[in-house]
Design a protein around this ligand. Structure first.
Ligand SMILES: *[C@@H]1O[C@H](CO)[C@@H](O)[C@H](O)[C@H]1NC(C)=O
Length: 304
């Protein structure tokens, strides 16, 4: 039954798109060498590496690691587009985020593609959909009040299964742009079924967003997807370079061929992250690149 639904959603989606979906990357804000916050020079090195494949990246917070202060000059110099994340919890943090937007956004409007409020905030239960919608509206007023940002889209990013929940539609309604995350790895899928699962998840989210918005003319991205190259198994999911390469070809190239814009999690391994026990130890192995100044671990060319 789900397979039939997928075919229907694909037909729906393809009717409103014609081009290949764009490719973007999630970008960490700490250096692997020492875990320190990246500088403008560090970001320029990152963009130099990513630039052969993509000119848009997303970050998750504005004030943490002074991200906006240091990334915006690099974004401008490299001609990159940035999706600025805003972390809405707790109140103190949210205030710092708003202060960073006010202080650092001026002068960079042509390099800011969108602003997202929250990253899986609904999935974690940090906020209700109504609270998140209110925060999105507040950030839209703030951002669009800055010179040059009058039409900058403001939205949110959350897990596909949360976005399809009717209790969360208020967050979709409040958003100019929606990013839906889907990880076949974290659903314990076999490699054989991973692309089926991924496409089905994303198309369910897209279909709901189109329905809630009452339009097929919406701004939609896969917000995060990818496959780890090392670490422990999760259910039937096995991290490896070969499996990451296969997921890339079947799922990431595949969904882009349907015209869906896609952010991949993530550009670079984050080897600075502490190795946590209990989880499968994959946290440091999501990068397409090990580090800047390296080649991708596997081919990320698509055969469009
Ligand atoms: C494959 O993915 C689909 C879509 O998510 C799911 O309905 C189905 O149960 C999966 N099949 C297996 C064998 O896990």
């Amino acid at each position: 039954m789900r397979f039939v639904s997928t075919a229907f959603f694909l037909a729906t989606a393809v009717s409103c798109v014609s081009a290949i979906g764009d490719l973007g990357f999630s970008l960490g804000v700490k250096r692997n060498s020492d875990g320190g916050c990246k500088t403008t020079e560090d970001y320029l090195a990152d963009f130099n590496t990513i630039g052969a494949y993509s000119n848009i990246v997303r970050v998750y917070a504005a004030s943490d690691c002074n991200t906006l202060q240091y990334i915006l000059p690099a974004v401008k110099q490299a001609g990159v587009q940035l999706v600025v994340g805003v972390w809405p919890t707790d109140d103190t943090h949210f205030s710092e985020e708003k202060q960073a937007l006010t202080t650092y956004l001026p002068g960079y409007a042509s390099n800011v593609y969108a602003v997202t409020v929250g990253s899986e905030a609904l999935y974690r239960g940090d906020l209700t959909a109504e609270q998140l919608a209110s925060d999105i509206d507040e950030i839209r007023t703030l951002v669009q009040g800055i010179d040059g940002y009058g039409s900058t889209p403001v939205g949110t990013a959350d897990s596909w299964n949360v976005l399809v929940n009717a209790g969360n539609y208020a967050a979709i309604q409040a958003s100019d742009v929606v990013l839906a995350n889907a990880f076949s790895y974290w659903q314990g899928q076999t490699m054989a079924n991973s692309s089926h699962s991924f496409v089905d998840d994303i198309m369910q989210a897209l279909q709901i967003i189109q329905t809630v918005k009452g339009s097929t003319d919406i701004s939609f991205w896969v917000g995060e997807t990818g496959w780890p190259t090392d670490g422990g198994n999760y259910g039937a999911s096995v991290p490896s370079v070969a499996n990451a390469a296969q997921f890339w070809q079947e799922s990431i190239c595949g969904i882009r061929a349907w015209g869906i814009n896609t952010f991949v999690f993530e550009a670079f391994d984050e080897s600075w992250k502490p190795v946590t026990s209990g989880v499968s130890g994959v946290e440091t192995h999501w990068g397409v690149w090990t580090d800047s100044n390296q080649s991708p671990k596997y081919s990320i060319d698509c055969d469009f």
